[in-house]
Design a protein around this ligand. Structure first.
Ligand SMILES: [Zn+2]
Length: 128
């Protein structure tokens, strides 16, 4: 009985604050929920790009690398995950759907809606 209690997940819809710093900290907490959800569903993850340092990639609005000029990776509001199941690396957007829909259900923006399936972010000033 107790064990069952601890296995029940709280599926929390987050309130997304407006300010960048507050939003970054909520984003990080949400990513924790996404990671836990993924492993509960039998997936495993490694980090792809998370923060893209503007010293390398250019300030926001400046294209200094492969990154888009206004990428939310530069704002600490996006993470790309490499997805695995049963040891197999899954690369298709559709492979990410279960995680993407979970991410949306807690308040996030899933890149699968714009052909970037492994990208999990929070919208900020029109950037996703
Ligand atoms: Zn990304």
């Amino acid at each position: 009985m107790i064990k069952q209690h601890f296995q029940q997940r709280v599926h929390k819809m987050y309130e997304i604050p407006e300010g960048l710093g507050d939003k970054q900290r909520v984003f990080t907490r949400m990513i924790a929920d996404l990671i836990v959800f993924a492993y509960e569903q039998g997936y495993e993850l490694t980090f792809g790009d998370a923060y893209r340092d503007p010293r390398v990639h250019g300030d926001i609005g400046v294209k200094g690398s492969y990154s888009s000029a206004s990428s939310n990776h530069k704002r600490r509001l996006a993470v790309d995950f490499n997805l695995f199941k049963n040891g197999q690396y899954l690369t298709a957007t559709e492979d990410h759907r279960a995680l993407g829909e979970f991410w949306e259900s807690i308040g996030g923006t899933w890149g699968g809606r714009f052909n970037d399936g492994n990208h999990y972010s929070l919208e900020h000033n029109g950037s996703k």
